[in-house]
Structure formats: C-alpha cells, structure tokens
Design a protein around this ligand. Structure first.
Ligand SMILES: Cc1ncc(COP(=O)(O)O)c(C=O)c1O
Length: 282
C-alpha cells in the first residue's frame, strides 16, 4: 500500500542537508559547549558560527539570537520574557483568538501574574479584525502577539497593517509564524476522527487540526473563533505538505478520500436528515 505523509505541521522529517551537517555533532563532537575542558571548544565554535550566520540572514546582532528546542518554548520565552522586561512600562498584552495554545496559555499565565490580556476576534476567514485590534491597544500595551500565518487554516494576516498600528507606540510585535504547504477543509456530515482513522488505514497521514488538539476530540478553537458551526468544525481535515510529497501522492489522496467520505456519510444521521430535507421530506 502507498504511504502518504501529509501531517507535516505535527512533525516533519529532517532535511538531508541538515542531517549531514548535524551528524558529526551527534556522533563525534559531543562536548558540552559550556565546558572548561577543550571537548567543548568545537561545539561552542559551531554554535557561535550558526548564530552569526543566522543573525546575518535576518539582519540582527548575533547576541539577539536565542536557540530553543521548539515553537512552544520560543513563544513562552518571547511573550513572558517581553512581559517581564517591559512591565515597568505597562502590563497589557494583546493576542488574537486563533493563536497557537503556546501563545494563549502564555497570556493566561501572565494574567495570573497581574498582567491584563485582550484576545482580538477574527472574521469568518480567520483574519484579525483590524478595527478591533486598534481598539484593543491601550496606553499600557507592551506586546501584540499575532500569528502571521495560521498553521491550521492557512490564513495569512495583513501583518503590514498590524505593524502600522503598533509603530511608534513602544509596542513589540510578535508574529509567531509557521506555514508549510497547508490545505484545510471541513467535510460536512462527517466526524473528523473517523475520517482520519480510515485515511490512516489506507496509508494516509493527515490531521484534524493543530497537533495539540487533534486528540482532544473537540472542535478546534481556531474554527470556533471563525464562527464555524460545531457540527462543521468537527469535520475538519488538514493536510500539510513537505518537499518530498509528489503529485502521485496527491492523486492517491484524491482517489482515496471520496469513497471514505461516501462511506461515512452513509452512516451519518445528519446526512440522512439533510437528504430528506433536500427531497422535500419525502
Ligand atoms: C503557529 C504555531 N506556533 C507554535 C507552534 C508550536 O510549535 P512546537 O510544536 O515546535 O512546540 C505551532 C505548532 O504547530 C504552530 O503551528
């Protein structure tokens, strides 16, 4: 059976060039960069070289680059770190309703520590309402954290307009941004988990939302914030692609998915109700 991996925002294979570059450090050059003995010299030089090259790439100073183990760790560090650093200036932060949970939970933690947080709503396409964002900004706002590209539904925010709202006001913008090839669907009258299990039995890996919520069996907070009705949000299906996916992979998904949808709809009381309504109740 063909195997097609389309769940790359959950995790993705290492790029071969990255693997090659990392192998010496995983195998032979294993000193701790902080060590006083000279096992640490080569790893320390490699890290500082990587830091300098990254800084050059994004036009920052090397000491401004902090390496973390994950997106969640980066978001926690950025939001809580900025809040701590700027608390003398103000104690208000703004996020949107469709942020990743690592942003939402960082804001909630800060609320428990005496900060105030405002969550700005989005429209039916997941776009942050700019007038609401403008209204939410206060004298004591220090951070605005809005995901540039939503990893679940693929909405790309108008980040330039958002930046204009913040400019010259001493507010730090944090555009948490991750978006590989993303295709998001809601397939009516079907329960997303059942669809994922059947797809998996045909060798296809997909997701029903962000990796953290896909096992929670509840509609994603992103779709809920977009006011997608719960019965439709329950049927969400997310494919996220990587560089190795081929056209044949996608053809295989296009062949495999419709019969699965038909099969599940045949078992759906909601679909039966819909058909009855369509035929004028006959
Ligand atoms: C927008 C966004 N931010 C943060 C994260 C968390 O990243 P990680 O899984 O590396 O902790 C994700 C994960 O999918 C994400 O989509």
């Amino acid at each position: 059976m063909r195997r097609v991996y389309l769940d790359n925002t959950a995790t993705t294979p290492l790029h071969p060039e990255v693997l090659e570059a990392m192998l010496p450090y995983l195998r032979d050059i294993y000193g701790n960069p902080q060590s006083i003995h000279n096992w640490g010299d080569a790893p320390r030089e490699a890290i500082e070289d990587a830091r300098a090259r990254l800084a050059d790439l994004i036009g920052s100073r090397p000491e401004e680059i902090i390496f973390t183990g994950s997106g969640t760790e980066s978001n926690n560090l950025a939001i809580k770190g900025l809040a701590q650093a700027y608390q003398a200036r103000g104690k208000h932060i703004v996020i949107s309703a469709i942020e990743h949970f690592s942003v939402i939970h960082s804001a909630k933690t800060l609320e428990k520590r005496g900060f105030a947080a405002t969550s700005v709503p989005v429209d039916g396409y997941g776009l942050v309402k700019l007038d609401e964002l403008a209204k939410s900004i206060r004298e004591d706002t220090i951070v605005v954290s809005i995901v540039h590209a939503n990893g679940e539904v693929g909405t790309i925010q108008n980040i330039e307009e958002i930046a204009k709202l913040l400019k010259g006001r001493g507010i730090v913008g944090h555009p948490d941004n991750r978006l590989p090839g993303n295709a998001s669907f809601c397939i009516e009258f079907i329960e997303g988990e059942a669809m994922l299990m059947l797809l998996s039995s045909w060798g296809i890996a997909a997701s029903s939302g962000s990796a953290c919520t896909s096992k929670a069996l509840k509609a994603s907070h992103v779709l809920t914030a977009m006011r997608i009705p719960p019965e439709i949000a329950q049927s969400s299906l997310l494919f996220t692609l990587m560089r190795d996916n081929t056209e044949e992979d996608i053809e295989y998904v296009l062949e495999t998915l419709p019969p699965i949808v038909d099969r599940l709809r045949q078992m759906s009381p909601l679909y039966a109700k819909f058909l009855k309504k369509q035929s004028g109740g006959r």
